[in-house]
Design a protein. Structure first.
Length: 149
């Protein structure tokens, strides 16, 4: 095998995970529907990428799911149709691992997403404000208790 062909093959093998990872990432950013799309778009206003918005929101909402009772989390989910899709897509972000179940895990997840620890609080505040402005005052209050540092 000549050097140019060998170089091409090595480059193709080296780029395969990048190309496939990009395909997986674009699949994850499909519209989820309901209130979650608007929530993710708003989180983008915090200066994060769509992938970071998805991963951050999914991380915090999984903490809420793990912390709140089924009825309480169900009330939150009714205000954000598409919650299952958000959690499912966030769980498939390459390099993130399992979604966290507590706030310490959320801080770690934000780090894996390339965000700073203080952004956990910014996301938590944005999510609770969003729910409060969209008719979910009691849900916002519940989440505010969950998202305390």
């Amino acid at each position: 095998m000549d050097h140019s062909r060998r170089g091409f093959m090595l480059t193709a093998v080296a780029l395969t995970p990048v190309v496939l990872g990009g395909c997986a990432a674009s699949k994850m950013l499909n519209p989820i529907g309901g209130g979650t799309d608007a929530l993710l778009k708003g989180l983008g206003g915090l200066g994060v990428s769509p992938m970071q918005a998805l991963g951050g929101a999914g991380s915090l909402m999984n903490v809420a799911k793990s912390t709140l009772g089924a009825d309480q989390f169900g009330a939150v989910s009714k205000l954000l149709p598409g919650m299952d899709g958000l959690l499912g897509q966030a769980a498939n972000i390459p390099g993130l691992g399992a979604l966290p179940t507590d706030m310490a895990g959320a801080a770690s997840a934000f780090g894996k997403l390339g965000m700073k620890p203080e952004q956990v609080g910014q996301f938590g505040n944005y999510i609770t404000d969003y729910l409060g402005k969209n008719g979910g005052g009691s849900a916002a209050k519940m989440l505010g208790g969950v998202f305390k540092p």
